[in-house]
Design a protein around this ligand. Structure first.
Ligand code: ADP
Ligand code: MG
Length: 258
């Protein structure tokens, strides 16, 4: 692990060895990132976690969208983390171990500034006891803020970013900046996925991937069912959507075992 033992102000952090110990037990950490909000990061993170778990992978989901956590709602998480000698054991849904700030804030909004967010991300990484996992998916807020940069610092050896965009020029433009930041902090990129794809022929995301030297993992079509009922579907309904079918192919293209 190449995580720095010092924080942004150069102080030693007592949580770093704990985080290192936790992450050592996880084969692959996949950060679901995107420049814009509303491009489908959370839906992709939650659905991918269900698909990976169904394929017999030991899977965890860490929701680091501190202002807008969605995983508990999307997956219908009802349990609570349980304290153990090893840390906080997350509730399990369909085999997926889910940790989210929502399990503590219970729907209340959190007014957090930069430093507080960095602290919460470190606490979640240090205190969550996922045990051994094949995959840990990390759902992130849009952009390149504290949540992404703090997580990225710790997952250099086993982490890669999946970049989600949509076929709009606005989303693709911001995704380009995100890719530049990911490169600047030396976080590997697993590839770019175009969600809510309309046409295979006209895909600005594919062009962006080519221009940035990033793998294009495919498109996921706009699914009218999700458009109207995203967030309120049962888990089995979610897994039988066109969205889930296309996502499975994207994950396979990325070399994941689904
Ligand atoms: N392929 C798709 N087709 C239709 N609706 C989608 C698709 N992907 C995501 N959505 C919907 O878009 C909205 C935003 O998705 P979400 O995952 O919350 O985005 P983000 O996490 O990037 O902000 C949700 O209502 C979701 O159901
Ligand atoms: Mg989200």
């Amino acid at each position: 692990m190449s995580c720095s033992p010092r924080d942004s102000e150069g102080q030693l952090d007592y949580r770093d060895p704990l985080i290192e110990e936790n992450l050592k037990k996880i084969s692959q950490v996949i950060l679901i990132t995107g420049g814009k909000g509303g491009v489908g990061k959370s839906l992709i993170a939650s659905t991918a976690a269900l698909l990976l778990s169904r394929s017999s992978n030991r899977t965890g989901l860490l929701d680091l969208d501190l202002h807008g956590p969605s995983s508990c709602l999307l997956l219908g998480v009802e349990g609570r983390p349980v304290e153990s000698g090893e840390g906080l054991v997350p509730p399990v849904v369909e085999g997926v171990k889910v940790m989210s700030i929502d399990l503590f804030s219970r729907g209340r909004p959190l007014p957090l500034t930069g430093r507080a967010k960095e602290e919460i991300v470190k606490e979640m990484l240090a205190l969550t006891s996922y045990g051994r996992l094949d995959y840990l998916l990390v759902d992130l807020p849009p952009g390149t803020g504290d949540e992404l940069l703090t997580a990225a610092k710790y997952v250099k050896s086993n982490g890669r970013a999946l970049v989600v965009t949509t076929p709009t020029h606005l989303a693709v433009n911001v995704a380009g900046r995100l890719i530049d930041i990911l490169n600047s902090v030396s976080l590997k990129i697993i590839g770019l996925v175009e969600n809510m794809s309309i046409s295979d022929l006209q895909s600005p995301s594919r062009e962006l991937a080519r221009a940035k030297g990033v793998a294009f993992l495919g498109g996921i079509p706009l699914d009218p069912l999700l458009n109207s009922r995203g967030g309120s579907l049962e888990r089995c309904e979610l897994l039988s959507t066109r969205f889930a079918e296309a996502l499975k192919q994207v994950l396979r293209n990325a070399g994941l075992r689904v």
